[in-house]
Design a protein. Structure first.
Length: 224
């Protein structure tokens, strides 16, 4: 077997971890990250996918292990939120960077968007780590949470494993190029997100204007 490709930038620190622990590193870090522990789960997933693309790991095994670890981690978070409640999260959440303010923002976002936020939360830093806990705090039905969570995990793992595996031995060339155009990509993503938000607000305003007003004068007194 050939030597693994040298990992650039932020991935370099994870190379010894992957070289020594392999699949166990992927499973452990993803599992911990998904109920709030501040570990580089997403980074190790991408690095493992790069290793898979270079023939050091099996790409299917990386994808399956990452999916199961992500779903299980979020379900631990759900149990913590559902049965521990706000008291437990308020008391111990600061140790895993889940402050009351952060939880409150996540709950407000969750309340406005419902179950679909569970799917997209996987791609948003901060929400990815808190979405299971917030779903539990909100007493979302577990089966509904599990369905949206599994969908989000499948899309998230599929995206990063595919990109990482395609990069493979070319990561040393692609990483600097990605850094060079990172600001442009973030700007484009920001514009796209802004358009989605504006569209959502305009649609909500149109729906509110279309609702019949509840004028007391329009209500008729029942005939005696």
């Amino acid at each position: 077997m050939t030597a693994p490709p040298p990992l650039p930038g932020v991935f370099a620190d994870l190379a010894p971890l992957l070289n020594h622990w392999g699949y166990a590193a992927v499973a452990g870090l993803l599992f911990l990250e998904d109920f709030g522990v501040p570990v580089p789960g997403e980074t190790v997933l991408i690095a493992a996918a790069v290793y898979a693309g270079a023939g050091q790991l099996n790409v299917v095994a990386v994808a399956v292990i990452a999916f199961l670890a992500a779903v299980c981690g979020d379900n631990i978070g759900y149990v913590i939120g559902r049965y521990g409640g706000h008291r437990l999260v308020t008391r111990y959440g600061r140790y895993v960077l889940l402050t009351p303010a952060r939880i409150a923002k996540a709950e407000a976002f969750f309340a406005r968007n419902g179950g679909k936020v569970i799917t997209v939360a996987r791609f948003i830093e901060g929400l990815r780590q808190a979405n299971g806990i917030v779903a539990g705090l909100s007493e979302m039905p577990w089966r509904r949470f599990l369905a949206f969570n599994a969908l989000g995990a499948a899309l998230w793992v599929g995206l990063w494993v595919t990109l990482g595996a395609l990069a493979g031995n070319h990561i040393g060339t692609l990483y600097p190029a990605a850094q060079r155009y990172e600001l442009y990509l973030l700007g484009a993503a920001g514009v796209a997100l802004g358009l989605v938000v504006v569209r959502h607000l305009l649609r909500r305003r149109a729906m509110e204007k279309g609702r019949p007003s509840r004028d007391p004068d329009d209500q008729h007194t029942p005939a005696r």
